[in-house]
Design a protein around this ligand. Sequence first.
Ligand SMILES: O=C(O)C[C@H](O)C(=O)O
Length: 445
Amino acid sequence: MAAHFEPATAAPARPKKLYQQLYVQVLVAIALGIALGHFWPETGASMKPLGDAFIKLVKMIIAPVIFLTVSTGIAGMTDMQKVGRVAGKAMIYFLVFSTLALIVGLIVGNLIQPGTGLHISPASLDAKAVQSYAAKAHDSSVVGFLQNIIPDTIVGAFASGDILQVLFFSVLFGLALSMVGERGKPVLDFLQALTSPIFKLVAILMKAAPIGAFGAMAFTIGRYGIGSVANLAMLILTFYLTAAIFILVVLGAVARYNGFSIFALIRYIKEEILLVVGTSSSEAALPSLMEKMEAAGCKRSVVGLVIPTGYSFNLDGTNIYMTLAALFIAQAMDIHLPLGDQVLLLLVAMLSSKGAAGITGAGFITLAATLSVVPAVPVAGMALILGIDRFMSECRAVTNFIGNAVATIVVARWEGELDQNRLHAALSGAVVTSEDGAPLPLPAE
Ligand SMILES: O=C(O)C[C@H](O)C(=O)O
């Protein structure tokens, strides 16, 4: 499958009508889901299986996509030290920006004080409601997290679909494949050939995205109601605004510095962003993001290393949320948090956020993990924000998602593995296609 790309001036092949565009379909599906959930809450809530089924479809394909992308990407590299360099640079980027996100949450929480004046007494909180989250949180120690990256068995990694476990095996396999040289060529050819149908499958599955987004949205509104938003509007508003500013100003500046526009990037991945909004899960668009980043000129080896690790280590939305929500709980319960406690919160969150995931509600569990180590803010206070978590989850997921798209381009450029022409062609809407006209990534270089 020889890929080619058409210059920005070329007329797009087979232009789609508006209603045929996936992002329009997802947008309409989200609007219908909100309407159904609002006017017929019970019927809306019963749509949950549609959202769940779509997420399962995507999860089904995540492990093969990561394995094929990473193993063929690494096996095709001639400079093996590059693997370590890409991983190292990605980790530096993740550390800087996820810490920045935590600090932004702290600053905004102190400036706006969204919880001040609520005067919630601990006795009025239903501590039991958050017990199960706190229990899950206790399981996630740092050592346990690191050890869990090594799968018990290869099959187990694929069976559980654990992103880091699959990534771990894929990196090792890719390295081994490149070390055996010519003898490994038939395997490499086979894996490269397998990439086409797997990405084709991703494209087919994405056609069901409107159904998934509709079901998940109808459930969210039907179960939690738009009314539940009103009580905690200040926190929701503050979080959404902060996340928007983080994306447009902080990530926007990073993008600009690296020669592309954040708006153009957002336009390029708009279908995926809407899907993430609809399903409240950044993982729902992970395979598609990998495909699009490669089509936008980031080398496969970089895409394969940065995106899966970013889904565990670079969760900007989750990080902003954690410090902001912790401050909100303290303020609402009239607990004064001196600077020392806030610094402790930051340090603990820096570690605990690394175990978060791209599935809905993951940020809430991570917050429980953080607060269970920071004595000043009671975990029971999370009962206050449990009811609106689904709405926070959407914003966490979108911010995480865009953060990882930016990270991939930046690390690729940093490592000299970015085709700038291709990036600009893709971001300006020119078609990057395979010969059959389908939008597909370039084959492994
Ligand atoms: O999907 C994500 O990236 C985050 C998740 O939705 C969450 O609720 O924390």
